[in-house]
Design a protein around this ligand. Structure first.
Ligand code: FA5
Length: 361
C-alpha cells in the first residue's frame, strides 16, 4: 500500500463510522458500532503502517491518530446526547402517567358447584366436631364390599355397577369404604366425614352420572341412637339450605346399616310437581343413612356391645343440583365455566372446628 491509498483508507473508516450513528437507539448499540467501525479498523490500520515506506510513516501515523481522536470525540458526544434524550423521554412518560386511572378488570374465579357445596358441608360438619378424612379412589374388594357386610355372593353388589380393574381392585362405587379405613385407623369414639369422587358403570341421565361425588358421614360413640341420626341430618339440611326443606324418610336397605333409611328431599327443580330430574316423582334421593351394622363395627375392630353409631352417604352432586337449581347432572361434568362465587371466603372449610384432612391407611 502507498501513502495516498493509506490516507484514503483512513478517510473511508471515518466516513463509514459516522454514517450509522443517527440510527443507534441505545448506548449499547453505539458502543457496538464504535467497536466494529472504529476500534477494529484503526487497529488494523496501525498494523498496515509498517508496510508503508519509512518516509511515509510519519504522515500516515499522524492522519491515523487524528482520525482516531475525532472519532472518539464524536462517539463520546453521541453517547452523552443519547443518554440525555433517554432521560428526557422517561420524564415525559412519567409526566403523562395517571395513577388514578382504573386498571384493567381481572375476571374473578368461581368455584365448581360441587366444590362450593362440599365446602358448605365441611363447614357445618366440622362445626359439629367431625374431622374431614379421605380415601383412595381405587379400592380393594375388602374395603368397598367385604368389610361393609357385602360378601362376594351378596345380591347388593348388583345394585352398584362396578368398574373392575385388571388387578382385581375397583373404582370405589361409594365413599363408604372410608368408614372402614377410618375405623381401622382411629378406632372409637369416632366422628368423621369423607367427601370424594365415586364411579359407577351406569346409564347416564338427568340425575345419574358414571362419575359423581358423595360425602360419607360416620359417628360412633356410647349410646348413639336413631334420634341422634335424625337430629344431625335435619341440622345439616337446614344449615345447607338456610331454611327447613321438605324431606321424607322411608325404610332403605343397605347391608352395612340396620335399620337403614332413604332420606329424600322435595325436588327443588320443579317444587315437587314432577320433572325429568326427579323422574316425575317430585322427590330426589339424596341422603341414605342408618345405624351402623354390628358386623361392620367388628370389621373395623370396634366392639358392637360397647359402641353404636350412625352413618350416612350424602349425594353431593345431587345436593349441588338442588341447591343451585341445576336441572341436569351432565352440566356439572361438561366444562361449563359458570361457577359459584363464594359470599365470603372465610366461611370455607377452615371455620368451625377441626378441618385437618388426614388420609386413613
Ligand atoms: C350408597 O352409595 C351408600 N353407600 C350410602 C350410605 C352410606 C347408606 C352410609 C347408608 C349409610 P346409594 O347408592 O343410594 O347409597 O348412593 C347414595 C347417594 O349417592 C344417592 O342418594 C344419590 O344422591 C347419589 N348417587 C348414587 N348414584 C348416583 C349417580 N349415578 N349419579 C349421581 N348421584 C348418585
Amino acid at each position: 500500500m502507498n501513502l495516498d491509498a493509506f490516507l484514503q483508507h483512513v478517510k473511508d473508516i471515518e466516513r463509514d463510522a459516522v454514517v450509522e450513528i443517527p440510527n443507534c437507539r441505545t448506548v449499547d448499540a453505539l458502543r457496538a458500532l464504535e467497536a466494529r467501525h472504529v476500534k477494529a479498523p484503526l487497529a488494523e490500520g496501525l498494523k498496515q503502517l509498517k508496510t508503508l515506506p519509512a518516509e511515509a510513516r510519519a504522515e500516515a501515523g499522524k492522519a491515523l491518530n487524528e482520525a482516531k481522536q475525532r472519532l472518539t470525540q464524536r462517539f463520546d458526544a453521541a453517547i452523552d446526547d443519547l443518554k440525555q434524550r433517554l432521560i428526557a423521554d422517561e420524564r415525559a412518560v412519567a409526566a403523562t402517567y395517571d395513577p388514578t386511572i382504573p386498571g384493567p378488570v381481572v375476571p374473578r374465579g368461581a368455584l365448581h358447584p360441587v366444590t362450593a357445596v362440599q365446602w358448605e358441608v365441611e363447614r357445618v360438619m366440622t362445626g359439629l366436631g367431625f374431622t374431614v378424612v379421605g380415601g383412595p379412589e381405587m379400592e380393594t374388594d375388602f374395603h368397598n364390599f367385604e368389610a361393609l357386610n357385602i360378601p362376594a355372593t351378596h345380591p347388593a353388589r348388583d345394585t352398584m355397577d362396578t368398574f373392575w380393574l385388571t388387578n382385581g381392585w375397583l373404582l370405589r362405587t361409594h365413599t363408604s369404604p372410608c368408614q372402614v379405613r377410618a375405623m381401622l385407623t382411629y378406632g372409637a369414639p369416632l366422628r368423621v366425614i369423607a367427601p370424594g369422587r365415586c364411579f359407577r358403570y351406569e346409564t347416564i341421565d338427568a340425575s345419574h352420572e358414571n362419575t359423581f361425588f358423595q360425602v360419607e358421614g360416620l359417628l360412633i360413640d356410647h349410646g348413639i341412637s336413631i334420634a341422634h341420626l335424625i337430629a344431625v341430618m335435619r341440622l345439616l339440611l337446614r344449615e345447607l339450605f338456610q331454611r327447613d326443606v321438605k324431606v321424607r324418610l322411608r325404610p332403605g336397605f343397605f347391608p352395612f346399616v340396620e335399620p337403614g333409611f332413604e332420606l329424600d328431599m322435595s325436588c327443588e327443580i320443579c317444587a315437587g310437581t314432577g320433572c325429568p330430574t326427579c323422574k316425575q316423582s317430585g322427590w330426589v334421593e339424596i341422603l341414605p343413612c342408618g345405624m351402623v351394622h354390628p358386623n361392620v363395627l367388628r370389621y373395623g375392630n370396634i366392639d358392637p356391645h360397647e359402641f353404636t353409631g350412625f352413618a350416612f352417604g350424602l349425594g353431593l352432586t345431587r345436593l349441588a343440583m338442588m341447591k343451585y337449581g341445576i336441572a341436569d347432572i351432565r352440566i356439572l361434568n361438561s366444562g361449563d365455566l359458570r361457577g359459584i362465587v363464594p359470599q365470603n371466603r372465610l366461611t370455607g372449610p377452615q371455620i368451625g372446628g377441626c378441618s385437618v384432612r388426614k388420609n386413613p391407611a
